[in-house]
Design a protein around this ligand. Structure first.
Ligand SMILES: [Zn+2]
Length: 332
């Protein structure tokens, strides 16, 4: 079955860098890497938890130096997302990482927007950017980052919160989220991936997010599940990521089907695809063949992705009609 038309709402552009690009950009930019070969680098793609992934992720990102690097990074994602039938992508980026590596914000923005501004014409994919704060850099650094991005306010649609979850609860970021809200930015945050359901509740109550990234541990709190259903708060779930980082033991243990059955507005996404075993099409395929979810459930998930997207009603209706047509053809 071809993957359904979908909106991808949880995708870190830095997390789409392929191992071969790490080697190539490292050589091009004269950035020394702790590995000698592509094979040696690829052997490191095995993780025990979120932090073990982040350690490799941040080491790889030291190769991104120039506007051209960021242009190629975004173009590489678009090439692959087109194959995965992505119609709309709301893409996370982490400028604090690059500023910390000595890359000017202007180069990051020019490279990313140079690729994404043309994405509808070049790839048939509507795109926007969501800037994420790195929670492990703390609240003061987040506040400085928000100030630094405001000259580019019209190039982003929202802010998010990612990186190490344990030890950096949502409460730390209440003030910077209030500032972002005053700028009319959409608000999202990672929560309930490694942290418990209380982190999802804090993201809702303290940060006032409109969408929760991951949020899978909400399943542990029935009252929270009822609230997510009642308020139709979307969860951007990344099944293969959760297996790769041991947030769940196996795909069979994944709470996505139970959350969907309960009526939560669950969506399917790829997070950092080359690290976790596949793009969004591979995630849909895993739910179908690995978890046995039927086509009705997959159709619901694809429709949900457009309900959860920050788009206008006309585009939502058009894309959801594409989803229905796709599944009608599949049922034959
Ligand atoms: Zn993520």
């Amino acid at each position: 079955m071809t993957s359904p038309p979908t909106a991808e709402l949880h995708l870190h552009i830095e997390g789409t860098i392929e191992p071969a690009a790490v080697i190539e950009m490292g050589a091009r930019n004269g950035v020394g890497l702790p590995v000698e070969s592509l094979e040696e680098l690829e052997a490191k793609y095995a993780f025990t938890d979120l932090q073990s992934f982040l350690d490799l992720h941040y080491a790889n990102l030291t190769v991104l130096r120039t506007e051209q690097d960021f242009f190629e990074l975004a173009t590489g994602y678009l090439d692959r997302a087109r194959v995965a039938n992505v119609r709309r992508a709301e893409i996370f980026f982490d400028p604090q990482t690059h500023l910390g590596n000595g890359v000017p914000i202007e180069a990051v923005m020019a490279g990313l927007t140079g690729a994404l501004d043309e994405s509808e014409r070049t790839h048939g994919i509507s795109t926007d950017l969501i800037m994420c704060f790195l929670r492990d850099r703390g609240a003061a650094a987040a506040d400085e980052m928000l100030t630094a991005i405001l000259p580019f306010r019209d190039r982003i649609i929202g802010v998010g919160l990612d990186s190490t979850e344990i030890g950096f609860p949502p409460e730390l970021f209440a003030d910077v989220y209030a500032r972002a809200a005053a700028e009319d930015l959409h608000l999202v945050a990672h929560a309930g991936e490694e942290g418990g359901p209380e982190t999802v509740i804090a993201a809702l109550d303290v940060l006032h997010v409109g969408r929760v990234d991951h949020g899978i541990r909400s399943i542990e709190d029935p009252a929270l599940v009822r609230r997510l259903v009642e308020d139709q708060v979307p969860l951007t779930v990344c099944p293969l990521s959760n297996v790769a980082l041991r947030a769940v033991d196996t795909l069979a243990d994944h709470p996505l089907p139970a959350l969907l059955d309960a009526g939560v507005l669950v969506t399917v996404n790829s997070d950092d695809p080359p690290y976790f075993g596949g793009y969004v099409d591979a995630n849909y395929a895993a739910l179908h063949t690995g978890l046995g979810m039927d086509v009705e459930a997959l159709e619901r998930l694809a429709l949900n992705s457009f309900d959860a997207a920050f788009i206008d009603g006309a585009r939502r209706a058009a894309w959801q009609q594409e989803v229905r047509t796709h599944f009608a053809a599949h049922r034959g």
